[in-house]
Design a protein around this ligand. Structure first.
Ligand SMILES: Cc1cc2nc3c(=O)[nH]c(=O)nc-3n(C[C@H](O)[C@H](O)[C@H](O)COP(=O)(O)OP(=O)(O)OC[C@H]3O[C@@H](n4cnc5c(N)ncnc54)[C@H](O)[C@@H]3O)c2cc1C
Length: 607
């Protein structure tokens, strides 16, 4: 595989990439070494091992693949399309895997097969439960071991137990060997027992950074064959065969599944050279150096480049965090080491943390009260939930993010925190509704990161300090001041002036479904549930309205001024009589709300 063979991993209408943008550094030189060289100290014994692929759909730095290859002279790679993946979520019966993630998975399998074939193997694709398929293969091929990567959450652990039991039932001594391989730091290298994981991320990070080192990625031989003779390797199924309705990505980013695209994205983000053609000469290349500015841009929401977008490939194991770590190190050696290069590792460490936390917390990660068993009042109001899910809350920032999620399967980290806070604190809904909807839609869905982040966002996580309110006015002001993001996703807002896009009002957009708890007087809310306190969370802004004295002159302008403002707001509309009166009333109301927004008192968290 060479860098130039990568397909464009991620496309966005704002800008499209192609393989010319990628570095010329051959990937093969980074990860592979010849089998002859490796065979020097490895004794491969006769026999067959099965390699059971799970969320590790890669060849590079794959310890299970390497161990399977080392332990016998024939390897049979298998992927089981487990029907349980396509059932429904646990509490609210949403589809367990949405169409976009389903399609991403199929692309991962096609790419994995291609990459395995390049090294003399293939991928056996079977539909069915691993506990049925693997023992039968073990018997047919006389396999002595099934190698796989270890998972940490209950559904996956349950399958591991069933496979183990079923293999024992075959009676030919086949063992299940589970390998740790999903984190940047190896679990066995932690300076504490994982059950004693600190409750506070910073303590974890400091301890790990001071006391552990990240292992080198595993070098995989160029040739891994032979593989046993198999009659039918099985096709990568179509979405309809999986019972999913195919969905086109019509707007925003389209992620391409698979290791090739994942590695391509790493090269693109770290090393890409953009091509420009000055007026009078041939093409020039320059480094856009996205990694160098990651810390400053990572909180963005619009476009492909504000953050790495590695998460879908990490979630399916198409790329390993150790590979990213090594590329960061190379970048620091060859270009620059700064806060941004460190910060990618800082974020990857959050991913490690949530994975280790899932071992410590067990199933409490999925319970309403979370790891701390917090008691609270939560609603499961279907109508409110659907307005959130469908991007129809009347708050453009929420609606835009939810539309992006359902259209592309992705949402920025900033967006996720905002919509989570809104669902939990402003709507007072059971956080698991949001978490399960994310489980359906996210391309990068991973139980540890998803439920870990949701429990934090809902204030029921293991760290009691992580109980945060995200004020929509403040978030809009800080992260989308021109309203570009909301206008990209919510069509009606495009024709509005920038300053109106986050607060378009009922006439230009729609009613808000609930008032906000902090930071805004409730928009133009015709609320379904009034403004009573929700969700069992403290409401520390009582008395705020009496503190804010609003005078007519603050509104701006007197009647003449209002007419001028209205003329700019509704160009081309001839307003007479009642209609004019209503528009004036609407405008005044919005000015008042905007003033409340800017003069609101305390009770907010710094986000
Ligand atoms: C409510 C909520 C749910 C989430 N669900 C998931 C999920 O199911 N799967 C998932 O991978 N991430 C999840 N995240 C974390 C984070 O939002 C995504 O990892 C990130 O937005 C992915 O974009 P990126 O790859 O460009 O991230 P970058 O900012 O480029 O970060 C680099 C990598 O660091 C890791 N990372 C960054 N932030 C976090 C974080 N808060 N928690 C864990 N890992 C992190 C990811 O692997 C990411 O790819 C969730 C966050 C929230 C608030």
């Amino acid at each position: 595989m060479s860098a130039s063979s990568f397909s464009s991993p991620l496309t966005h209408p704002l800008r499209r990439f192609n393989h010319h943008h990628l570095s010329n550094k051959p990937v093969s030189s980074l990860f592979f070494c010849s089998a002859a060289k490796m065979n020097g100290n490895i004794h491969r014994v006769p026999g067959t091992t099965i390699l059971w692929f799970r969320n590790d759909l890669r060849v590079l730095d794959n310890d299970a693949l390497y161990k399977a290859w080392c332990s016998s002279d024939t390897v049979l790679p298998v992927y089981c399309l487990d029907p349980r993946l396509f059932h429904t979520t646990h509490f609210f019966s949403f589809p367990k895997t949405g169409a976009l993630r389903g399609a991403f998975l199929m692309e991962c399998l096609a790419d994995l097969r291609k990459n395995l074939m390049r090294r003399g193997l293939n991928l056996l694709i079977r539909s069915g439960k691993p506990e049925d398929i693997l023992p039968s293969l073990a018997k047919d091929f006389g396999a002595h071991t099934v190698f796989a990567h270890k998972e940490t959450c209950s559904e996956e652990l349950h399958v591991e137990r069933l496979v183990d039991k079923a293999l024992k039932g075959v009676g030919n001594g086949t063992k299940l060997e589970l390998i740790w391989g999903s984190t940047m730091y190896h679990k066995d290298d932690l300076p504490f027992d994982v059950l004693d994981l600190p409750d506070i991320y910073t303590q974890f990070r400091k301890s790990v950074e001071a006391n552990c080192r990240i292992r080198s990625s595993t070098r995989i031989p160029l040739s891994l064959g032979p593989t046993p003779c198999v009659d039918k390797w099985g096709d990568v199924p179509t979405l309809s065969q999986l019972g999913l309705e195919p969905q086109e990505v019509t707007r925003g980013m389209r992620f391409v599944g698979g290791e090739s695209a994942g590695v391509g994205r790493v090269f693109e983000y770290f090393w890409k050279k953009a091509k420009i053609k000055p007026l009078s000469s041939s093409f020039l290349y320059y480094d856009t150096d996205l990694l160098k500015v990651y810390k400053e841009t990572r909180n963005g929401m619009l476009g492909p480049d504000y953050s790495t977008k590695f998460s879908p490939w990490l979630a399916f194991g198409c790329i390993s965090p150790r590979f990213i770590y090594e590329e960061v190190q190379r970048y620091e050696r060859e270009r620059v080491a700064n806060n941004s290069t460190y910060w990618v590792l800082f974020e990857l460490l959050w991913r490690d943390y949530f994975r280790f936390l899932s071992i410590k917390c067990g199933n409490s990660l999925f319970h309403l009260g979370g790891p701390r068993n917090v008691q609270g009042e939560w609603s499961q109001d279907k109508r409110l939930f659907e307005s959130w899910r469908d991007g129809k809350t009347g708050y453009p920032l929420i609606d835009a993010n939810m539309k992006e999620l359902s259209t592309t399967g992705f949402m920025s980290n900033r967006g996720r925190q905002i919509v989570c806070s809104f669902l939990v604190r402003d709507m007072g809904l059971d956080w698991r509704m949001g978490a399960e909807w994310f489980e359906t839609c996210l391309l990068d869905y991973d139980p540890c990161s998803n439920y870990g982040n949701w429990t934090y966002g809902a204030g029921v996580g293991n760290d009691p300090r992580e109980d945060r309110y995200f004020s929509i006015p403040k978030q809009a002001q800080n992260y989308d001041p021109e309203g570009e993001y909301v206008a990209f996703w919510v069509q009606q807002l495009r024709r509005l002036p920038k300053e109106k896009r986050h607060w378009p009002g009922r006439l230009m957009y729609m009613d808000t479904v609930v008032p906000l708890k902090h930071g805004h007087g409730g928009g133009n809310a015709q609320t379904s549930r009034g403004s009573k306190s929700r969700g069992g969370f403290r409401d520390n802004h009582s008395g705020r309205q009496s503190r804010n004295h609003l005078f007519f002159e603050y509104i701006g302008c007197g009647f003449g001024g209002l007419l001028i403002s209205l003329a700019t707001l509704f160009p081309g509309t001839l307003m007479i009589g009642m209609e004019l009166r209503d528009k004036v009333a609407e405008y005044v109301k919005e000015r008042i709300l905007a003033l409340r927004k800017t003069s609101s008192g305390g009770g907010e968290y710094e986000n």
